[in-house]
Design a protein around this ligand. Structure first.
Ligand code: URA
Length: 229
């Protein structure tokens, strides 16, 4: 991790204060004064700030049940940020793992561990995300095969990765995808002439939503590890 980030993660300093201390020569890494804010430090390096060794706080991993008309952003925009529902210290250090649209509800993961979130959102990692989808028109069974083969979305160079469609009733389905293209689920149904009128994410990998709307909890150690095998 970058030295300025390490200082922020192990003290109560703001980024600007951390940078000022680094540039003033107040930080030693493995015995040497380091004044480059972008120097890389590892967790087991000895980082000393004004004579005291620093230890970064452990990463945090949360799940939340996102209400409709909230946004997956750290700040309020047209709609309030879902961080308004999370009473937690230093929320600005956290980020949302794969955004949901304002009108989409359900499972959102939140962390300050960038590598962990990359492994969940990267299409190469094939982490399945399950959405419950309510449709305007009845679903045609042929969609199962089309989605399994992959479909061409407007403006995308490649077909969508194979997706699993499970029909619940004529206007309700479960869709499992491993990617997270912009508005992907809505665009997939639009491409077969249907329209999503309700969208709710039920699970990501092994983690299934089990808190009420607007509520959150920390992930268990098993959930954290299972999501990043
Ligand atoms: N696909 C969408 O279209 N919207 C979401 O919020 C998530 C997936």
């Amino acid at each position: 991790m970058r030295l300025d980030k390490f200082i922020c993660k192990s003290t109560a300093l703001t980024k600007a204060q951390a940078i000022a201390h680094i540039e003033e020569g107040d930080i030693k890494v493995n015995g040497n004064v380091i004044s480059d804010i972008s120097a890389q430090v590892h967790e087991n390096n000895e980082v000393i700030f004004l004579g005291k060794q620093l230890f970064p706080r452990p990463f945090r991993y949360l799940l939340m049940n996102k209400p409709a008309q909230t946004i997956c952003s750290n700040i309020d925009e047209v709609y309030p940020s879902l961080f308004n529902y999370i009473d937690i210290e230093r929320p600005q250090e956290l980020h949302i793992v794969g955004r949901l649209d304002a009108d989409t509800t359900g499972l959102v993961l939140i962390t300050d561990d960038g590598r962990w979130s990359f492994n969940i959102t990267s299409p190469n990692k094939l982490c399945p995300k399950v959405y419950r989808v309510h449709l305007r028109k009845s679903i045609d069974i042929s969609a199962k095969i089309l989605f399994a083969k992959g479909i061409k979305l407007q403006g995308e160079p490649q077909l969508t990765a194979p997706a699993i469609l499970t029909i619940v009733d004529d206007k309700q389905v479960l869709l499992t995808i491993t990617e997270g293209k912009f508005h992907q689920v809505k665009r997939m149904f639009a491409s077969i002439g249907n329209k999503v009128v309700g969208l709710h994410r039920e699970s990501i990998g092994c983690v299934t939503l089990d808190v009420d709307e607007g509520q959150w909890r920390y992930l268990t150690v098993d959930e954290i590890n299972d999501l990043n095998p």
